[in-house]
Ligand binder design. Sequence first.
Ligand code: G6P
Length: 511
Amino acid sequence: MAHTDVLDLPLVLLSNRGPVSFDRDATGRTVNRGAGGLVSALAGLAEHLDDAVWVCGAATAEDAAVAEEAAGQALLVQTHPMPHLVDPRFGDAVVDGPSIKVRVVVTDPVAYADFYSVWSNPILWFVQHGLYGRSMAPSFTRAEREAFENGYAAVNRAYADAVADEVRGRGGKALVLLQDYHFYLVAEHVRRQCPDVVLSHFVHIPWPGPDEWRVLPADIRERLLTGLLGSDVVGFHTRRYARNFVLCASELLGLPIDLDALTITVGDRTVRARYYPISVDPAALDATLASEQVTAHVSMLRYIFGLDDDRQLMLRVDRTDPSKNVVRGFQAFGVLLEQHPELVGKVSFLALLQPSRTDVPEYADYIALIGAVVADLNAKYTKDGRQPIDLRMVEDFPLAVAAFSICDVLVVNAIADGMNLVAKEVAVVNRRGGVLALSETAGAHEELGEFAVTLHPFDIQQMADAFYAALTMPLEERHRRLAAAAQQVRANDVARWLADQLADLRRVAGF
Ligand code: G6P
């Protein structure tokens, strides 16, 4: 990768989900590569550097077992072609492909539950996606405060200690890239322990304005902001989020800011807010699309949904997260069928939904709501044995890519979404003139809105009208818009997301 030559410092990465995860089957321990744009982009960087380590949490019981055996040491994991641990302690020391050093941190399970299932999801996730509003805001009692101290803050300290340990092991000088809302307190701790680091924190979800943050107790929101301001650069997907962050520093902490330059003065340091829209790896997507597995799925889907006749396919692919607004999306589809009965039996809606964070009550309840609205619409609009909605609770990337390539309309009607990579994936692999129907509040709308039909996430009638406009758009117009969207995504791919950040960091820190 060309961008690695800008990196003369060792690299320490931190994210909750790591680049690999371990499991166990009848053959013994297995190693799986992590999915998603963030992991593949950063893994690509880490694999190409001489000295990089990735600190992450344990996602499975086997991850925790590996971490315990490693006793606080980083492990070398080969990522391609066959992922496996490269470590004499585990019986295999041959490296014949790219590899990454991984340090898995395990914390007390009760503390982790307070960190993950009380504070990260739902509280921070809900505040940042505007899911509470005022009247639905949580109450903060001693229990929530204790969950913050003993959970979020304690777990952040444990990860910060692991990061600082890795930095010290590299002579105290390293580039530290922290990821997302799980770790807002880490930068400050790391800086205190290792004053010579260059620290960047990328926030992958929306950053709302100061008023939304006022839902949180004053002392807690101040600690979160102060923690993040331990960074040199705080990165976001859009200018709007970066601006909101700078406004928060001014209004909630009283710090001097420059709103045009997007800078905040913290003592004798300048913290920069920056925006870099994350993207996809088009070459990897092209290769997946060409694979036998995807080709087989494409034939099957074309047949099931009658796409070689004059039928059409609407699609959504999401985690079952209340921010994705799945229920209102289906309600709008119901209004479409009610107001355009000629579409009943002609348009199907395939929803590939991945059950997510089911230990959080708000998420578990949401799955039940989705099931109810789908059952209701399928009972009402099934025609000639053809159900209008095909709901599949699966996480199956090849199936998703197959569906991306042949859908007529992609629905992204999120209440808020940091970016939404599904929209970019569809732009790259769709071969049917698929129309992007994008929420005006998804980060992807800033780049792709001009080629899409815009959805207002709360306006059911507007969404139904937009679906109708997409389904009836002349084919030539559909292909023109899709080609323009694909060009935009291919020119601003994930390598560029990373290269721009590293170039800025080099300017800031002079390494
Ligand atoms: C979002 C966050 C990521 C997170 C992912 C899955 O995309 O921005 O940081 O890894 O959701 O989260 P989960 O904890 O449900 O696996």
